[in-house]
Design a binder for this molecule. Structure first.
Ligand code: CO
Length: 134
């Protein structure tokens, strides 16, 4: 059911520093910043030949990544995102398998303007898992 790895997301305490690490030290191409108030994060995407790295910084209050950064003050891998063809069909199948969808269970619009859902880490080997319809 799942397709390509769309991105690996890394939460960072300082987005400018994260961008500098990827752009200057690692020599990667990094997108412009994008504020996503609905998701409580500011993001950039590092474009790699085979996938992307999403760097996440807290935006506003009640950011979903704030507790993660409290536990991991230097930052760390926050979630993986897999592509699916049909996010509603994927969700319904996963729910029927006993997986938990975070939030109200309905897709939200993600950073690429496409529907996304997040799945409970305890149901996926301890890893917060995002699905994106492509
Ligand atoms: Co993501």
């Amino acid at each position: 059911m799942i397709g390509r790895l769309n991105h690996v997301a890394i939460a960072v305490p300082d987005l400018d520093a994260g961008v500098a690490t990827y752009a200057n030290v690692l020599g990667a191409k990094v997108s412009d910043r994008q504020e996503l108030p609905e998701h409580g994060v500011t993001v950039v995407f590092v474009e790699l030949p085979n996938t992307k790295i999403e760097l996440l910084e807290v935006l506003g209050e009640n950011s979903p990544i704030a507790p993660f950064l409290e536990r991991n003050p230097a930052g760390g891998i926050h979630h993986l995102c897999y592509e699916v063809d049909d996010i509603i069909a994927a969700r319904d199948r996963l729910v029927s398998e006993g997986a938990r969808v975070l939030g109200d269970g309905e897709p939200k619009t993600g950073a690429h303007g496409k529907p996304v859902l997040f799945l409970h880490p305890k149901d996926f080997c301890g890893t917060l898992t995002e699905l994106e319809q492509v």
